[in-house]
Design a protein around this ligand. Sequence first.
Ligand code: HPA
Ligand code: ZN
Length: 334
Amino acid sequence: MQTFIENLPKAELHLHIEGTFEPELMFEIAQRNEIDLPFEDVEALRKAYDFSRLQDFLDIYYQGMNVLREEQDFYDLTWAYLTRIHKQNVLHTEIFFDPQGHTDRGIPFETALNGIYNALQDGQKQLGISFGVIMCFLRHLDEDAAMATLEQALAHKDKIIGVGLDSSEMGHPPEKFTNVFARAKAEGFHIVAHAGEEGPPEYVRQALDVLHVERIDHGNRALEDEALTQRIVESGMALTVCPLSNLKLCVVDDLKNHPIKKMLKAGLKATINSDDPAYFGGYMNENFGQLAEAVGLTRDEIATLARNGFEATFLPKDQQQALVAKLDAYLATA
Ligand code: HPA
Ligand code: ZN
């Protein structure tokens, strides 16, 4: 099954580019920028990746991104991610970035965006990986700050396809961002939001009713509410599920207890993604592979998850169908 997964054409729809920052590259860029990391070496840093909740991870994640200063740093980070997923047969990726994690440190919005975007363009040309960029608002900050970030993005509509919502979920419900999401939608951005990772089903309901999301990032806790689950099934909306993230952040106590089969049986359009692979122990193949092993996914279930990934992209229909055709061609021979 592992070989089947490795060669399977895949799309990734829930990936924070700052969460792909491998310790080796972090130390290299820290040295280049003459920044002292509060860790002795790569091994000591990796040892700190022991989380019992989302906030434990976020504290280290924001500390890590502090090393990114120059456009080249953002380029190198993104290029490293692309070369990894190229080896994993990821054909399309829609990545998140956290502009406020950079602008709040005095790094210009354009420094981050251009570094990331230039690498993605080179990835498309040299590796054949198509892409989209989604910028996320940090939900622990206020709506005015999100609005100021959206205004900065308006000059870059050619590079940014959507807006999302991430960071500390509890105490920061989607409705806190009603106005900024309404404005983003009116400006033509696609809309997604993290909901139901740690937050209750009510936050998922708000993401649907108040933010008008087109995909739900995580969404695990929607399962606690049958009517809500049914509604999501009927809408055909995708959930971007992140198995190793769920394990590392204790959203599930054991990968064996991951609700992926329950999601598929309920008829939810679940997809598999890596979230913050440098911190959670694996990229797409590791997420598919370890989940398949833990819950005993069948070949058909794995194929469905990959198909859902392509069908849930924000690509135009013809490009989506071209990717699904590649998946079908693979399934016919594998
Ligand atoms: N959840 C919320 N915020 C995040 C995450 C996540 O999984 N990764 C990076 N920021
Ligand atoms: Zn995430």
